[in-house]
Every structure is written in C-alpha cells, then in structure tokens.
Unconditional design. Sequence first.
Length: 213
Amino acid sequence: MVKKVSIWLIIVISLFFNGYFVWKNREQMRVTSVYDGDTFWIKSGDRIRLLGINAPELDKCLGKEAEQKLSDLLLNKVIDLREEKRDEYGRRMGLVYVNNRLINIELARQGLAKLNYDPNSRSEEIKAAGHEAIQNKLGIFGPECKKTVSDDANSNCKIKGNIDKGTGERLYHLPTCRHYKYVVLDLDTDEDYFCSEKEAQNAGFHLAPDCLR
C-alpha cells in the first residue's frame, strides 16, 4: 500500500513540475511591448519580426496605425512562433500565431504592410491577402499614402523624391520634368516632397534623367 502511494506521489509531483516548466516556457513567449507594425518583444527579452511582410516605419504614412493594430493583436498575448529564422540583424522572425490565428496575414489583409516574399508555408495566403488590400486600396495602398500632388497647394515643396521599384534608385523630379505629373509617391516609404534640390540630394536622391533643364 505504502509503495503504491509513493508511486502515485512521484507521478503527481512529476506531472506538477512538467506542467510548471511547460507553463514557464510558454510564459516566456508572452508579448511585452510592440515596436512598430511588424516587430515586437517577448518576455524572454527577444525581439521578433513578422515573416513575409514589411510595415511602414513609425514616422511614415500609417506607421503608427500599423503599430497600434499589432499592439491590439499581440500585446500581453502568448504567441506561437513557427518556421523561425534569423534576419540579417540576427533578430528572430517567423510566422506568429495567437490561438491559431496568423498575425502576419492580418497586417497584410488590412493594408498595413507590404509583402516581401520571404519563403514560408503560408506565403501564398499572405500574398493573396496583400493583393486583396492592394485591389481594394486599403491602408497604405489607399489615397492617404499615395500622392501625385502635394496636399498643400500653396507649398513650395513640390519636388518629388521617388524610389524606383525595380532598382531601388532614388530620383527626384522637378515640376518641369517630363513625367512629373505621373509620378506617384508612396508616403509609407522614404518617398516624399522636398522644398529644394539640395534637400532632395541630402536625402540621397539625384535628378531623374528625363528632367529638362
């Protein structure tokens, strides 16, 4: 009898400690703070980035809205991190789930992040959500973040700083440039209006080749 009680006691204690360590490990995955629309910290102290998308920086168009959305989805929640890898800065990144809900898709679906096509098992779904946002002109794909003319009609800051989507080349366009009126600025990126050529050059842009002097 004593032997049976001892065995059961060992089993109970073992289950207790196993459960405690499982809980403790899970607790280390609780989100403690959100940096921006695609990056956050967990209780372990690790910084984690969402795989497959890039949200705008906080000082860019809808950057704060993307950060707020990620906070609403993650803050104080325990996450599951799957298909983990490291980015070029050594940060952990992967598919982030809360109660089996893929957060990466949520940001893409609402137009609060662009696709970066990092390979993963859910990339086609993330891509479809992102393309749906583009088609519906949601978030950063809407008129709030895409400009062909300055909001301030009286402003002298009419030089357009545009980044070539294929090459990444930074070009600025004067109002006298041939294609000026067709240049659309994505204000969720480093594209912007400048008040002088010097200002544009200091930001790393150079005169577009189609501009006339």
